[in-house]
Design a protein around this ligand. Sequence first.
Ligand code: HXH
Length: 330
Amino acid sequence: MTHKLITLKDVYKDYFKIGVAVNPTTLRQDGELIRTQFNSITAENHMKPEELQPEEGIFTFEKADMIADFAKENDLALRGHTLLWHNQTPDWFFKDGDHIASRELALERMKTHITAVLGRYTDGFYAWDVVNEVIEDKGTTILRESNWTKVVGDDFIQKAFEYAREASPNMSLFINDYNESHPEKREKYYSLIKDLIAKGTPINGVGLQAHWGVEGPAIDDIREAIEKYASLGLTLQITEMDVSMFNFDDRRTDLMQPTEQMLALQAERYEQFFDVFREYSKHIDSVTLWAASDRYNWLNDFPVHGRKNWPMLFDENNQPKESFNRIVHF
Ligand code: HXH
């Protein structure tokens, strides 16, 4: 008798989609794990502005198309990330020759970009991040200052959603951010979204990046954040989940392997997080992990260059970790 490994997508099929961030390299090296365990994929980088339109009018869709084709061939849903951002966006968006572009010119480019990307990537996509990380982390200022706020102004967010809605009338349009469960940032994120809704902005959902750690955020803060965002009447998606072994300001570099204690703590945290996701599954329609396994993930180099981290559900050999076991048995 053959023994079929239990899969995330089967276990969670009545709750929400289980997604994973991918790039052309991971599709090649971890394709088997991706297609068997998950039922949704997101381009980690290859649908960001700098990848899709490095120079004005020069669209480079090849790698993004590879990702969309992989989804189609393997019957996976697609989550789009991200139409706009302040990072990984070429400067030409904001310049006019040697000068700063006018608001009109920047808006025209915004519209052209959004229209081109959504025109190409609608089929198979169940949601798109329209803007990413617009909330300021520090103090009481709500909006992050960026090229978009400087050149267009604070209403750039509303404009982006309007252009996206025009380009794709039925797409589920999301705002996305990190530190979404920190009480102070939560209040700012909530009030911005509430304000967008009051202004009639065509927004459908709130993305919770969920770049979390073994020590924080506290489960009660996560629960409160989910309840608060759900009270806006929008759909929630967990968009970029990982559970780092290190606090953000921990710069230690001596560990070559995670300790047993770290792995056990991580498993406990994953278990608690998924308990909460299931509890709120009425509001959450997908949970995306920001990598398939500990073999490759962005935290292997960030924020401490060259330091390994082990934030995912599968290990460096793509084998299930205790964290995986704990979220598939409940
Ligand atoms: C996400 N940012 C992005 O949405 C995603 O596109 C990318 O692939 C990975 C993670 C998370 C993030 C945001 C801010 C941040 C760190 C990570 O803040 C700092 C940046 C530099 C130094 C310190 C903090």
